[in-house]
Design a protein. Sequence first.
Length: 377
Amino acid sequence: MKVLVAGAGLGGLCLAHGLLRAGVDVRVHEREDGPHSRYQGFRIALNAHGLAALHACLPERLHALLAAVSGPMAGERRVMDGQLREIRRLGAVDEGTATDRYVLRQLLLAGLGDRVEFGKPVVGYTERADGTVEAHFGDGTGAVGDLLVGADGVGSAVRRQLLPGAEVVTVPGNAVLGRTPLTERSAALVPGFGTVVHGTGASMLLGRMEFRRPPRLAAAELAPDVRLPDTGSYLRWVLMLPGALPAGPRAWDAVRDDLLAVLDGWHPDLVDLVRRADVVNSSPLTVRYAEPVPHWDGSRRVTLLGDAIHTMPPSGGQGANTALRDAALLARTLTAVQHGTAELPDAVEQYEQRMLEYGFAAVAESLERLPDFTPAR
Ligand SMILES: Cc1cc2nc3c(=O)[nH]c(=O)nc-3n(C[C@H](O)[C@H](O)[C@H](O)COP(=O)(O)OP(=O)(O)OC[C@H]3O[C@@H](n4cnc5c(N)ncnc54)[C@H](O)[C@@H]3O)c2cc1C
């Protein structure tokens, strides 16, 4: 069996590892030119589903490295005002672990070699009379397999063709995502799982990414063939603004100056986070979610996973976890096909039924939690 995956994000790469473990021939086609082409170093909180999926799919030799480059995430979730006075507590959380998306993606690329092809945007597909499917790439080339998995994120080209009526909604308001190198002083802003600040004119979400060990050094020691970024611990913040920011791409300095104007009068430690933000890893952020879709008839040669089908706001901390869960579930169902104990169309249908149920439940939960993260008016 040959599986084509569109998108080398967290879900697509996790699936590739799970399929390789089962001896399936898998190829991942990624639109970006290389593994470092885009800013993507934000913190991801992995819950029990995400961790179980990674452990099920990644080769065992990488498990210790994953643990070494993760960070603690437990304790009280506090809500503060703009002067850092406590408003309320949302309760303690003691599950999961913090990872950085960029580091995790580099770790997921380990051992996949030329099975991942960069610079290959999938622009569409054709189901062929012999039961195979051909993926078409932006450069005019194509690849043929038994199954095409659209793991190509929120703007999925595969979803657009498979489910043209599926809707992705943009949440009004504006968010800016930033990260600032961790210092003793800024670490004190997030003593527990996370801190939400409801200040005048905006809300700010704070989370800590404190690597247990520096990623590059940990890789050199635990898995020398894996090259991880030389990145330090940081404080991740998301500033949610009720009004629109000027449209179009803008230099970070201009965005930062707008934010500093909004934060006028806020506690200096909060203002300092924006002032000292890491330019490469800070940018405006669009929050989107997918409307539920019923299980579709028709193709069982093309399916979807992760944000490509059930994108959700980051408020629930579930998008990546659900994408990884999809990957592990699909890898498991396809393993049965590879071993001759299931038929491909049945396996895909079974996967889709379950994925749609828990995937859209996660979207609904994330939407319910969105008000906690929007600016108090
Ligand atoms: C600020 C922020 C914080 C978050 N925090 C959390 C968190 O704490 N916990 C959590 O679980 N989730 C979190 N998420 C959500 C999480 O990042 C996403 O849900 C997750 O990355 C989705 O994984 P994916 O593999 O489906 O898609 P992605 O990781 O987006 O990967 C899609 C890949 O497909 C590629 N691609 C796109 N189009 C094409 C094409 N046409 N052809 C080929 N390739 C294509 C893209 O370049 C990309 O590499 C957060 C998101 C944000 C923005």
